[in-house]
Each structure stands twice: as C-alpha cells, then as structure tokens.
Design a protein around this ligand. Structure first.
Ligand code: DON
Length: 310
C-alpha cells in the first residue's frame, strides 16, 4: 500500500514545480482574470476515505471557468436524461481550441461536437432546468453546495460582469446555435447562465472534494448518498479524459492519464477512481489555456504514485 501524499509531501512537490509558472501567462481576454498574480499556487487532495491534505496558498479563491462545464453537464444530464442531452451535443473530441467556431459549420444538422468546448457547454447551460436565469444559476449553486458540503460557495459578480461584457465569441456561438435550433432559450439569458457558472468562486479544497465525489461514483464521501447517478458520473469522467484538457487532452492522457478538467482561471480538477480528487491552482497558462503548473504537478504525481488509469 503506497503512502498517502500528506501536506508536507505535497508542499515539497509544489516547490518542485513552482518555477514552471514563468513559462506561461495569466489569461487576459477576460479583464478580471488578468489581475491575478501568475505565481499563486495551491494544491489539495481528497482521498475517498475522507482524508484531506492541502498545500500552498490554499485559501486562494479562483473562478471555476471551464471546470464548471463538467458540473453543468452532470446537472443537465440529471435534469433531462442522456437521450435529450446527446441529441443536442455530441460525444467526440475536437482537437480544436475551446472557443473554436469552425466545426459548427461542418455538421448538418448542426450539433456542437462535445460538452467541454464552449459551443457544447453553452448548449448544456441552456438545458439546465429553471424558469429564469436566476433559478438556473441558483440550481447550479445548490448542486455545488451539495457536492462540496460548503454552503458559502457563490458567484464572483465582478468576474461574471467582466466576462459577460466581453463575451463576443461566446455570443456569436450562441447566435449560431440559436439559428440552428440547438438552444431553446434567449441568447443573452443563456450567456448569463454560462458566464455566471464560469464565475463561481472556489478554492482547492472544494475543487478536490468535487473530484472525489466523481471518483466515488457520484456518492457523498461521508454519508454515501448518491448525489450524481453512477452512470452519469462515469459519462462526465469519460469526457474529462477525452476532452477535459481541450486540444492537449491527448498529451495529458499520455503524460498524466487521469480524468481532469481545466479552466482559464488556472484551476485543474482531477478525479481518480479508487483514489480520490486532486485540485491544483496556478493561474499561469500554457498556449492551450491549461495551468502550466497544474499540468506539471499532476504529471509528477501520476508518475510517482502510479495514478494513470491506463
Ligand atoms: O468561455 C470562456 O471563455 C470562459 N468562461 C471559460 C473558458 C475556459 O475556462 C477554457 N479553459 N481552459
């Protein structure tokens, strides 16, 4: 039985990867994200037995960004079932950047290729049940409170406003999806849900806990209550493997080999069956939009502790 990665050990691994932040850049296409210090660094591990370790600046709050796509997908699947969701969004990786519009034109009837690219995630946000945008965002927040057992998680309104104002590409994706009948709702309303879900503040503890719930086949770690049905948790983890790190998903699968999802705020959430959840935060990004330090730390941990699922 391999030793657990405790706080002291995790601090040591963080020191080993700290300098990699110099190789990347903080996202600046959303003004509110560009203000972060590229050298912020934190990591956390939630084991399935409830043991928890954290290192670095673990109190740092950062927004979920694209990591929210896994959570909104789980909720949309719970709300609508697989058939409805996958009639509107596909299951195939693209190998394109996350905000690419290019492939929407190539398929008839139009259908975003998967729920982890922006086009697919926008369609998923449209599917979340609720009469108003507030109700939809409220349901997403309640779902997160359940997953993390942390009722204080909320939307960072400053980031949400900054993102909503500057979401020109996402608006164009939505207008395209609306024209082709992929979304039912109003473009601005759907954009509001999406930008709010991306702007939910978390820390590495809550993110590692969510990863652990997915790894625990959708069950709460303490009570064993099924929060996400097992087969839906499995679908989400499979998307994390095939498309979770965007057009770096192939190299991430080879170098790290665990289901993971990144966001442009610099967060990465990994979910490993039989092990638990790992969260890393480092806002310096590589050219594909993944945390440089997050990728490197997960690569080191995977090699050292034999975490690859392959
Ligand atoms: O749609 C956007 O631009 C962001 N709110 C989320 C993008 C993102 O996190 C992509 N991640 N690597």
């Amino acid at each position: 039985m391999i030793d657990k990665i405790d706080t002291e050990t995790l601090e040591g691994w963080l020191d080993n990867v700290r300098s990699f932040a110099d190789a990347g850049r903080v996202a600046d296409y959303i003004p509110a994200l560009s203000e972060r210090d590229p050298h912020e660094l934190a990591a956390a591990i939630y084991y399935l037995d409830g043991d928890y370790y954290q290192a670095g600046e673990s109190d740092c709050c950062f927004t979920l960004q694209s990591i929210s796509k896994v959570i909104s997908l789980a909720l949309a699947l719970i709300d609508n079932g697989e058939e409805y969701v996958f009639n509107r969004v596909g299951m195939e990786p693209t190998g394109d950047p996350f905000h690419s519009i290019y492939r929407l034109e190539q398929h008839r009837p139009s259908k975003p290729l998967n729920p982890m690219i922006n086009a697919g995630a926008l369609a998923v946000s449209d599917m979340i049940h609720g009469h108003t945008t507030e109700e939809k965002v409220g349901r997403l927040l309640s779902f997160l409170h359940e997953l993390t057992d942390d009722q204080s998680i909320k939307v960072n309104e400053g980031v949400a406003a900054s993102e909503f104002e500057t979401a020109y590409l996402n608006r164009s994706l939505l207008y395209y999806l609306k024209q082709h009948g992929v979304i039912n709702g109003d473009v601005e309303d759907t954009l509001k849900v999406y930008t709010h879900q991306c702007s939910i503040d978390v820390n590495v503890q809550s993110l590692a806990k969510i990863g652990a719930v997915f790894a625990n086949e959708g069950r709460d770690l303490k009570s064993g209550r099924q929060i996400i049905p097992k087969h839906l948790a499995k679908i989400c983890k499979t998307f994390m493997v095939t498309c979770g790190m965007y057009d770096a998903s192939g190299s991430f699968a080879i170098k790290v080999g665990v289901p993971a999802k990144s966001g442009v705020s610099g967060g990465v959430m990994a979910s490993i069956n039989g092990f638990g959840g790992i969260a890393v935060y480092g806002p310096s990004l590589d050219e594909k939009g993944n945390s440089v330090v997050g990728f490197k730390l997960l690569e080191i941990l995977s090699n050292r502790y034999d975490l690859s699922i392959f």
